[in-house]
Design a protein around this ligand. Structure first.
Ligand code: AMP
Ligand code: GLY
Length: 416
């Protein structure tokens, strides 16, 4: 079986590795990939937004499965186009991917499905937006894909007015929502149009700075599993959050296939959904997938078929995984490219380095994006996993590298 993975980030590198562990021994292709993925599988030079090119390549290569990593091609209808061409594709069709493509649509779905979320209003003008604010801080969200940069937390009227102006100019509509306080949790589930099968829970560190300071990023690190969220708690969350959405979208004739990722806030009043994504999380995948013992090829194929996950289970390693991001100078405001990356060969076996923004130039691996590498350590305790991740990260060098030293520190606890 030949599998084409679409994307070029750390998530896609983690996916390629998880597929490579399958007993089915698939032949793997990746488009457009990065320098690390290119060392492991055959690469096709086709961008993630080239729907026609990807469909033609999948057909020419007789791919038995295409797995789409990022959200933009899902929202643009890549899975629709692949299925129409007769290629099995893992991920939601465009109609179901709107859950991530439009925050206003996601709120409408949550209301209709009875899924708890923050109180909110969808607005199209600054004055309308200001009138919808009842207290500060307030959360303002662009109603469209914004690559992790569409959420502003405004502390006062002046900040809210300024942010509304910017977000409305770029996106036309904005969701104004209640600011929630609590612990965040990323809970991803594989969906086959009928049921949601939860994956191991994870936590993501979104801010650039230690102690959760500075601007939001795509995510600077992650760990999995999360203490306190065993099978019973996870099942209860999936029944409250994912399954009602899967049921509703099925009733509406737009069944959800692929990964439904719920960004959750565990407030004192109960769980609230902050957002839905329609794909694996990045960097959650880099901490979750190395622990998966079940065959990801089989699971993804099953998820493409209505009800195909019936009877499926996911088996996880007992190890804790901690994944640390090395980002380039300037990230998340800008990113610097072309800095040589040294020390990759010095990382001990067993510590997983996945590439994100990297490229190969004259035989040297160089930086080529904001988030450059992920280093994932595994171990029987959080502190062992952290020690492995930072041991690996500290052997790698490039100019201006940024990393957070406090990834999963909060999880270390007394037992750590
Ligand atoms: P989102 O893209 O909607 O997940 O938002 C990005 C980040 O902004 C989340 O991971 C939270 O840290 C924060 N956030 C989003 N919505 C809220 C909210 N209603 N209250 C507090 N923080 C929020
Ligand atoms: N880690 C956040 C995301 O994948 O959207």
């Amino acid at each position: 079986m030949r599998i084409l993975v679409v994307g070029s980030g750390g998530r896609e590198h983690a996916l390629v590795r998880a597929f490579a562990r399958s007993p089915q021994r698939p032949e793997l292709l990746c488009a457009p990939a990065n320098a690390g993925i290119a060392r492991e599988v055959r690469v096709l030079d086709i961008g993630v937004d080239d729907v026609g090119g990807l469909v033609a390549a999948a057909r020419d290569e007789a791919a038995g499965l295409v797995v789409v990593g990022p959200e933009a091609p899902l929202v643009a209808g890549l899975v629709d186009a692949l299925e129409e061409a007769g290629v099995p594709a893992f991920g939601p069709r465009a109609a179901a991917a709107r859950l991530e493509g439009s925050k206003a649509h996601a709120k409408e779905v949550m209301a209709a499905a009875g899924v708890p979320t923050a109180a909110h209003a969808t607005v199209a003008g600054v004055d309308e937006g200001m009138a919808a604010i009842t207290r500060y801080p307030v959360v303002l969200k662009a109603d469209g894909l914004a690559a992790g940069k569409g959420v502003v937390i405004a502390d006062d009227e002046a900040a809210a007015r300024a942010a509304l102006g910017v977000l409305l100019a770029e996106h036309g509509t904005v969701v104004v929502e209640e600011h929630l306080v609590g612990e965040e949790l990323s809970l991803l589930a594989l969906c086959d149009g009928e049921r949601a099968l939860p994956m191991a829970p994870a936590q993501d560190f979104k801010r650039i700075g230690e102690d959760d300071t500075g601007p939001n990023t795509g995510g600077m690190g992650s760990f999995s599993p999360v203490a306190g969220f065993g099978a019973a708690e996870v099942d209860s969350l999936v029944r409250t959050v994912h399954q009602p959405v899967v049921n509703l979208l099925r009733e509406r004739g737009t069944p959800f296939h692929g990964v439904l990722y719920a960004g959750l806030m565990l407030t004192r009043a109960g769980v609230r959904v902050l957002e839905f994504n329609v794909r694996f999380g990045d960097p959650e995948a880099q901490a979750v997938l190395p622990r998966l013992r079940s065959d990801l090829v089989d699971l993804c194929l099953r998820a493409t078929r209505p009800g195909g996950l019936a009877g499926a289970t996911m088996d996880w390693s007992d190890d804790i995984a901690v994944s640390v991001v090395l980002a380039s100078a300037g990230y998340p405001i800008s990113s610097r490219s072309g800095d040589p990356i040294l020390g990759l060969e010095d990382v001990p076996a067993g510590i997983e380095v996945t590439h994100a923004g990297t490229a190969q130039r004259d035989g040297v691996v160089v930086t080529a994006g904001g988030r450059v590498l992920n280093v994932t350590g595994l171990g029987p305790t959080v502190s062992a996993a952290r020690a492995a991740a930072y041991d690996g990260a500290d052997r790698i060098h490039f100019d201006g590298a940024q990393l957070r030293r406090d990834i999963a520190l909060c999880a270390q606890g007394g037992a750590g």
